[in-house]
Every structure is written in structure tokens, then in C-alpha cells.
Ligand binder design. Structure first.
Ligand SMILES: [Zn+2]
Length: 239
């Protein structure tokens, strides 16, 4: 039984749809029924979208300003309120970006989106699927991760001769994924370095879907192969 969540498990969409528990979810984040990657996604979501407390801070700032204006017997125009709202949002986005810069968990992805957090926040397209998150984060059915959590004896790639299988190896060079990689690159994603990939994803819905499709195809095949290794009666006993 693989550990990496349901097939095509959507977690969060830019249009507001959420399929994992929402920010207001009262349940435990570390339930035994949640896979490690699902727990990781839940923790990361607090950084990948503006925390609701920060949104609330913006509304409080606008409310205070409006109350101050009324105390002066002024009736601010809607456009003035909108300007105050934008200023407050930019201030809190800056603070959010500074918080991201000092975070230590999920560093690979944070480094990639770090220079463009406002674009990430303001995007109007792009769902985060579990398999997309696995590749962006490196936390998934990858040799290095499986080795790190003690499920594999070595970090090797099971799909080529590479001694270490990482998200970077899977995305950029593993020859087993040449076909889906060609499809990805033919859609304009010819630079496969993670910061470039994320910049492309933010650039268009088509580019986002292209990367998402690559991750779905490749990670589902890697998970299927891992299931076969798990079912192998000759597998290492610590698996
Ligand atoms: Zn490989």
C-alpha cells in the first residue's frame, strides 16, 4: 500500500476551491489517517496562501481607517477605501514574504517561489495536486525521500542507474520520463530548473496544467512501481 494519498488528489485551487480541510478545519493536523505528504501539504498551505489572520488584519486596518474618517465627519469614497485596502494588503504581503524567507521547512519550494511571492498570491489559476506538490517539494515517492524516512535502503532511482533520485532528477534528467518531459518542454517549458518551472506555471494556466500533467503521469508510475516493490516477498525486511 503506497503512502502518497488518493489518485489525482486535489488539495487547493487558486479560485478558492479546497478539497483538503479548510483553513478553519478544527481537526488534528497529525491524524494517524493522514499520509505524511498530506500532513506536509496541510502545514505548507499556511505559507502558500495568506493565512486568514492576515486577511483579517487587512479588513481591520480598513475598518479603523473608515472609522477615523467618520470621526472627522468625512465620508470616504469607495475608491479611497480601495486604496487603503490595497496599501494594507501590500504591507501584509511584505510581512508574509519576510516570514517565508525565514522559514526552514519546505526550503526547496520556498526558495523557488521566494522571489515572486506576490505573483504566487495573486494568481488566478492553478490547483495544487498532491503529485504536483510532491515534485515541487521533493517530499513524495522519490528515492531520496523514501530513504530519508527509512523506507528504502538507498536513495537510488529505480527507473535508471542514478545513485540518487530527487525531484530535480525526476523533473530534469531521468531517462525513464523522457516522453512526458518532451511533452512538457514542447509546451514552452524548456527550462526545467525549479524557479523557472514555477515562473512558467504562474505565467499561464496552460503552463501550470502542463507541469501538473507531467507530475501526475510520472508520480503515478513511480507510485505503482513502489507498490510492486512493496508487494515483493523478497523486499528488504525494514520496508
Ligand atoms: Zn532515474
Amino acid at each position: 500500500m503506497a503512502l502518497y494519498g488518493p489518485p489525482s488528489g486535489r488539495t487547493h485551487c487558486a479560485d478558492g476551491r479546497t478539497l483538503l480541510p479548510s483553513a478553519g478545519h478544527k481537526g488534528p493536523l497529525h491524524s494517524g489517517s493522514q499520509t505524511p505528504i498530506a500532513q506536509w501539504v496541510l502545514r505548507r498551505r499556511a505559507l502558500w496562501r495568506e493565512p486568514w489572520e492576515l486577511e483579517a488584519w487587512v479588513l481591520v486596518r480598513v475598518y479603523d481607517w473608515t472609522a477615523g474618517q467618520r470621526a472627522l465627519n468625512k465620508r470616504p469614497a469607495p475608491i479611497e477605501r480601495e486604496e487603503v485596502h490595497e496599501e494594507a494588503r501590500e504591507a501584509i504581503t511584505q510581512q508574509w514574504a519576510e516570514d517565508l524567507a525565514s522559514a526552514t521547512f519546505g526550503r526547496q519550494t520556498l526558495d523557488a517561489i521566494g522571489p515572486i511571492p506576490k505573483d504566487w498570491l495573486d494568481r488566478r489559476h492553478g490547483c495544487l495536486s498532491l503529485r504536483l506538490v510532491q515534485v515541487l517539494s521533493g517530499y513524495g515517492c522519490l528515492g531520496s525521500y523514501l530513504h530519508w524516512i527509512g523506507r528504502e535502503e538507498t536513495p537510488q532511482c529505480h527507473h535508471c542507474e542514478a545513485a540518487v533520485d530527487t525531484a530535480k532528477h525526476t523533473l530534469e534528467v531521468c531517462p525513464s520520463w523522457d516522453a512526458p518531459r518532451r511533452t512538457l518542454m514542447s509546451a514552452g517549458g524548456d527550462d526545467l530548473l525549479l524557479p523557472s518551472v514555477i515562473a512558467n506555471m504562474l505565467g499561464s494556466a496552460e503552463a501550470w496544467e502542463g507541469v501538473d500533467s507531467f507530475c501526475e503521469i510520472v508520480m503515478s508510475l513511480k507510485e505503482a512501481a513502489e507498490c510492486m516493490r512493496e508487494d515483493d516477498p523478497l523486499a528488504a525486511p525494514f520496508r
